[in-house]
Design a binder for this molecule. Structure first.
Ligand code: C5P
Length: 222
């Protein structure tokens, strides 16, 4: 197999935000555009992999040559991910909502003069940690993302241990950096042994191609 090729490999990618319903017309969400995750799915397909992309609600087109499963909530995303396994490589680029409204109301919440309603939250399943912790059928390479606004690398090192994944792609999403929704990204690759590789600011498509080449080399290593 040529270095950088993913021919014959199965790849799973999550991308985009999740929407967590409050009532039939409202939801909690975040600013993820899905651009980096979709670019990784496209780059993996271009490298020869059979790719399933599990995507939250996004406004960008489906990547070519990729099987796309659309979901809304974190729980739907977990179910779709489990259904898409097994895979050789799993890349969790989605910005999954950590919390969802404890109860999605069946009817639209009304402004009835008694003040704002309480909004109780409950924790969503952690999809990355669930897959990284599989004893049977764990993908050989499990990659997480860390979007932070400060001390990006320290958080990534802690995260890799907590989540049980093999690699974290960390990026700074402070508003001044413009990563969320933007076209470029500055990433740090943090490995299990704590080592860090920092890349220059690159177009998200180029980040995706380089990540895919990196993953392919890792999968080829004995
Ligand atoms: O804990 P945090 O949300 O910062 O971790 C980010 C990483 O974990 C990303 O790879 C994201 O896709 C994944 N994640 C997940 N399920 C969650 C929360 C985060 O897969 N519920």
């Amino acid at each position: 197999k040529a270095p950088g090729s993913l021919a014959g490999r199965r790849v799973l990618v999550t991308s985009g935000p999740t929407h967590e319903p409050i009532d039939p017309v409202r939801y909690l969400a975040n600013r993820s555009s899905g651009r980096q995750g979709h670019a990784i799915a496209a780059a993996a397909a271009a490298a020869g992999a059979a790719v399933t992309l599990v995507s939250g609600p996004v406004s960008i087109p489906d990547p070519v040559g990729v099987s796309v499963v659309r979901v809304e909530t974190a729980r739907e995303m977990l179910a779709a991910v489990e259904a898409a396994l097994p895979a050789d490589l799993a890349v969790f680029a989605a910005a999954v909502a950590d919390f969802r409204p404890a109860e999605a109301r069946a009817a639209k919440i009304k402004k009835d003069g008694s003040g704002p309603p309480p909004l109780a939250l409950t924790e969503n399943p952690d999809i990355l940690a669930t897959v990284a912790g599989l004893t049977a059928g764990r993908p050989r390479l499990v990659v997480g993302f860390a979007a932070e606004t400060d001390t990006v690398i320290d958080y990534a090192r802690a995260k890799i241990a907590r989540k049980g994944c093999d690699l974290i792609v960390a990026n700074d999403v402070s508003p001044e950096g413009g990563v969320m929704g933007g076209a470029s990204n500055t990433v740090h690759l943090v490995a299990r042994d704590g080592s860090v590789e920092t890349w220059p600011t690159l177009d998200k498509d180029e980040v995706a191609r380089r990540l895919v080449a990196h993953f392919a080399r890792t999968l080829c290593a004995p």
